[in-house]
Design a protein around this ligand. Structure first.
Ligand SMILES: Cc1cc2nc3c(=O)[nH]c(=O)nc-3n(C[C@H](O)[C@H](O)[C@H](O)COP(=O)(O)O)c2cc1C
Length: 314
C-alpha cells in the first residue's frame, strides 16, 4: 500500500514555529505555516515577515499565503523565497473570515477560477519552490465548484491541491463531503490532499477509503494532541514510533514557544494553545482556569505539573 502522508494544516494562531516543530517531532511529514498576507509581505511589513521564521528541522515546510493580485503574490513569493527558501508555497482559497472574504481573498477566490489559475501561474514563475492550492468544496451547496477550481490550479502549474471537505457556508462543522474530494482526486493528475474531520485512526481510515487520497491534512485533531501524528504513522504506515508522554509534550510545547517568541507575545498565545491539552479528564476545567490566569512561564509549568501529579493514568 502507498505511504500515507500526513500534514499539519495551516492554522492561524496555532501552527507557529513551536507547534510545527512539535508536530514534526511527533511524525508529521509536512507542515504549513499560518496564513501570511501577500500584500503585507510585498509592502515589507516586519511583523508579517516574522510569521515566516522557521527552524531547519521543520522541513519540508510550506508557506501559506493569501491575496488576490498576481503582482502581490509574485512579489511575496519571490521575497519570501529569497529570504527563507521554503519548500513550497500554498495559496489560501478557503478562508471564510469576513475581513478576508470582503477583500476578495481566501474562499472568495473560488468564485473566480480563472484568477486562481493566474495567481498560481504568477507564484510558480516567482520561485523554484513548488506551489499548491487549498480549496473548500465550494462557496455553498448551490455552488460546489471545487473540481473547476482544482483544474484551474493544475492548469496554472500547481503540484498539489488540498480540498477541505466543506463549503464556505459549512464553515468548520458541516459533515465532510468525501464524494467531492474523491471526484477532484479522480479528475486531476496531480496529488490531492484530503482535509477535514480527521481526529483519530478511524476518521483517517474513513477519509482514505472514501476519497482514495493518500495525502491527509490535519488541523483541529492536532490541537492539544500533536501525538496524533505518531498514532497515525504507526496505524496507517506500520511505523513503530514511541508514543510521547503527554506531560513531556506539554512541557516541550511550553519551552519551544518560550524559546521562539518574547514572553509577552508567547504568554497570551500559549493560554489559547495549551488549553487544548487539558480536556476530557478530571481536573481539566481547573487546569484551564489556572492556565488562563497564568502570568509567567513558571506558573504555566506549575499548572502542568499539578495536572499530572498523582495520576499515572494520564
Ligand atoms: C483556528 C483555525 C485557524 C485556521 N487557519 C487557517 C489558515 O490560516 N489557513 C487555512 O488554509 N486554513 C485555516 N484553517 C482551516 C484548517 O486548515 C482546516 O482546513 C479546517 O480546520 C478543517 O480541518 P480539521 O477538521 O482537521 O480541523 C483554520 C482552522 C481553524 C480552526
Amino acid at each position: 500500500m502507498d505511504k500515507i502522508r500526513l500534514s499539519l494544516a495551516p492554522i492561524a494562531g496555532f501552527s507557529d514555529r513551536a507547534f510545527r516543530t512539535l508536530c514534526k517531532e511527533c511524525g508529521a511529514d509536512l507542515v504549513y505555516t499560518e496564513m501570511i498576507s501577500a500584500k503585507a509581505v510585498a509592502f515589507g511589513d516586519k511583523k508579517t515577515h516574522a510569521l515566516a521564521d522557521f527552524a531547519p528541522v521543520e522541513r519540508p515546510i510550506i508557506f501559506q499565503v493569501f491575496g488576490r493580485e498576481p503582482e502581490d503574490l509574485s512579489r511575496a513569493v519571490a521575497l519570501l523565497y529569497e529570504r527563507c527558501e521554503p519548500d513550497g508555497f500554498d495559496l489560501n482559497c478557503g478562508c471564510p473570515v469576513p475581513k478576508v472574504v470582503k477583500s476578495g481573498e481566501g474562499s472568495e477566490l473560488m468564485r473566480e477560477p480563472k484568477r486562481i489559475e493566474k495567481l498560481v501561474r504568477a507564484m510558480v514563475a516567482a520561485s523554484p519552490a513548488r506551489v499548491s492550492v487549498k480549496l473548500r468544496t465550494g462557496i455553498d451547496d448551490a455552488h460546489k465548484n471545487a473540481l473547476i477550481c482544482a483544474r484551474a490550479a493544475e492548469d496554472g502549474g500547481a503540484s498539489l491541491v488540498t480540498v477541505h471537505g466543506r463549503t464556505r457556508a459549512g464553515m468548520f462543522s458541516a459533515p465532510i463531503d468525501y464524494d467531492t474530494i474523491a471526484s477532484v482526486r479522480g479528475a486531476l493528475s496531480i496529488p490531492v490532499c484530503a482535509n477535514g474531520g480527521i481526529r483519530d485512526e478511524q476518521s483517517a481510515r474513513e477519509t482514505i477509503e472514501r476519497t482514495g487520497c493518500t495525502e491527509l491534512m490535519i488541523a483541529r485533531g492536532a490541537l492539544g494532541d500533536p501525538a496524533i501524528f505518531t498514532k497515525l504513522q504507526n496505524a496507517l504506515n506500520g511505523e513503530n514510533r514511541r508514543l510521547p508522554d503527554p506531560k513531556t509534550l506539554l512541557l516541550r510545547h511550553l519551552s519551544l514557544a518560550c524559546a521562539y517568541k518574547p514572553l509577552r507575545q508567547a504568554l497570551p498565545e500559549l493560554r489559547g494553545q495549551l488549553q487544548f491539552y487539558f480536556k476530557n479528564k478530571s481536573g481539566s476545567a481547573r487546569a484551564r482556569e489556572r492556565l488562563m490566569r497564568s502570568q509567567s512561564r513558571e506558573e504555566i509549568r506549575d499548572v502542568i505539573e499539578d495536572y499530572f501529579k498523582d495520576d499515572l493514568s494520564r
